[in-house]
Design a binder for this molecule. Structure first.
Ligand code: ADP
Length: 500
């Protein structure tokens, strides 16, 4: 222990482009809404910083209070930035305010100037640490490409600034597919980094483009991703999306920490969105949710058919090609399938076609419907998730919490969260298959149906094992705390690590 060691709460500034309940497009929003709270419980002093989008509900905007304003240097520009604050359930949220960048109507991302918008956001975070005392921190925890330039800027522009000198950076990869790649014109026009050779070397990904995530991977003190298996996969060319050499080089600083789920929101015993609440002691009541779901979706009301549900984005990542290929085989075995999702047009069309073809045995709801997703987790028997890659995946954890057994491909967080059924010992919380192969998936799914049909006691045992798995954020928060304190050995942990 260093001689200057002190016991105090470590200060974490958690930066991301979205956070529930203010704005969400995917898993990052869920994580940024839940993990900071768990970190606080684990003994950290936490603040969250996100952009102030115009789409944030008015009731939250009304509660925000102005904390500071300053001008952010962005190459040759100097751009206004306001910092607003809101306290929600005891947690401090800060919002970066600039209407030119964040007052947009068509969603959070996908604009022609995203590269500039999130360069501004990242630089504004650095300025805020430098000049707003309540945002001083020991660790800046950045998430995904939208905040990937923070570690770069901090090192290149803020080294002499007292509030920034001792800030360590952690960068979490939620999905390596989205890296923030832009033309190199931004280097001198927006980032102001063209004169710094080291930064140029790290940011360039080919002769004419720069890559924000690559910058974070090279400059951050620690890298994390959202499951241990994905941390290994990122080092392979198949999964690394061109960045695998950097992940291999930095493997000593790369950790995989499985995400949690909000155990209060996803709780079959109290969920107000499901018709009949149940828990491990009253598992038989789950059947009422199944009948209600069959009725709602126009499926044949039959408790003896296994009801397979799929909930998620309809994109190639989710292994839908396998499902489409095996659909006729699956449907020939008296299995019901219900899909909820939106995404690529060709995928949507394909599942509409199957809905039409299989009448009261198949249902495709092409929509984003949170309430229906709750009823499907509660009413389904099996959740199918044959993803090509899956950094963490939340759906399979939610399904297990509701006693709906997942059938998953062994990849990323699916491998780390689903214990495969062992017919000899009765262990397991779901079913797994290995290869991106439609027949293998069908065999695994129909094998699960076999247990459903022929071994009801075993099925119930697996359900109870799945429902009793701890997917709370508590474990993950403790692992992140270990990482933060590893970067600051001079700060003694405020409260002891507690497991379980
Ligand atoms: P990803 O982050 O890759 O989209 P995850 O499994 O990590 O996948 O998280 C998806 C989350 O979004 C889950 O909570 C799932 O229930 C929810 N979700 C996805 N699609 C829909 C939909 N069409 N309607 C309602 N909820 C959805």
């Amino acid at each position: 222990m260093p001689t200057n060691a002190t016991r105090r709460k470590i200060r974490i500034l958690f930066a991301g482009a979205e956070a529930v309940p203010f704005c969400k497009t995917g898993g990052l929003g869920d994580v940024a809404g839940s993990l900071p709270r768990a970190l606080k419980q684990a003994g950290a002093k936490v603040a969250v910083i996100i952009p102030k989008y115009s789409s944030i509900p008015q009731k939250y905007k009304d509660q925000m209070r102005h904390v500071a304003d300053f001008y952010v240097p962005l190459a040759w520009r100097s751009i206004y930035c306001g910092i607003e604050k809101l306290e929600l359930d005891g947690l401090d949220f800060y919002f970066v305010d600039n209407e030119d960048y964040f007052k947009r109507d068509a969603g959070l991302y996908g604009y022609f100037d995203d590269g500039e918008r999130y360069a501004f956001f990242s630089k504004a975070i650095c300025e805020a640490i430098a000049h707003v005392p309540e945002l001083e921190c020991d660790v800046l925890h950045c998430n995904d490409w939208q905040t990937a330039l923070c570690p770069v800027f901090l090192r290149e522009f803020y080294r002499g600034v007292p509030a920034c000198n001792n800030v360590k950076t952690v960068f979490t990869i939620h999905n390596v597919k989205f890296q923030g790649q832009y033309g190199d014109k931004l280097l001198h026009d927006v980032l102001g980094l063209d004169g710094i050779q080291a930064a140029r070397d790290q940011l360039y990904c080919d002769r004419e483009s720069i890559n924000y995530m690559k910058g974070a991977l090279c400059y951050s003190d620690m890298l994390t991703t959202v499951s241990p298996s994905y941390a290994t996969e990122l080092q392979m060319p198949f999964y690394g999306e061109g960045l695998d050499p950097i992940f291999r080089r930095r493997q000593g600083s790369l950790a995989g920490i499985l995400n949690g789920i909000d155990m209060d929101v996803w709780n079959p015993a109290t969920d107000p969105m499901v018709g009949t609440n149940y828990d491990a002691e009253s598992l038989e009541k789950k059947a009422e949710n199944k009948v209600a779901l069959q009725r709602e979706l126009g499926l044949r009301e039959d408790p003896t058919r296994p009801l397979v549900v799929m909930i998620g984005r309809l994109t190639n990542q989710k292994g839908l090609g396998l499902v489409r290929y095996a659909m006729d085989q699956i449907m020939s075995r008296s299995v019901q399938v219900a899909i909820l999702g939106t995404g690529d047009k060709d995928q949507e069309e394909a599942f509409r076609y199957f809905d039409n073809k299989y009448g009261d045995m198949m249902s495709a709801t092409i929509a984003f419907d949170n309430a229906l997703s709750h009823r499907m987790y509660a009413g389904g028997d099996i959740l199918l998730m044959p993803s090509e890659f899956e950094p963490c995946g939340l759906s399979q954890m939610i399904a297990m919490r509701y006693g709906t057994l997942p059938v998953v491909r062994e990849t990323g967080g699916l491998r780390d969260s689903v214990v495969p059924y062992n017919k000899y010992t009765g262990e397991g919380t779901g079913f797994r298959f290995t290869n991106m192969n439609a027949q293998e998936m069908a065999d695994s799914l129909l094998g699960a149906c076999e247990v459903f049909w022929t071994q009801p006691d075993m099925w119930k045992r697996l359900q109870l094992q799945a429902m009793s798995t701890d997917f709370s954020w508590h474990r993950a928060a403790n692992d992140y705390m270990d990482i933060y304190h590893g970067l600051h050995p001079e700060i003694i942990r405020y409260s002891k690590r507690r497991d379980g």
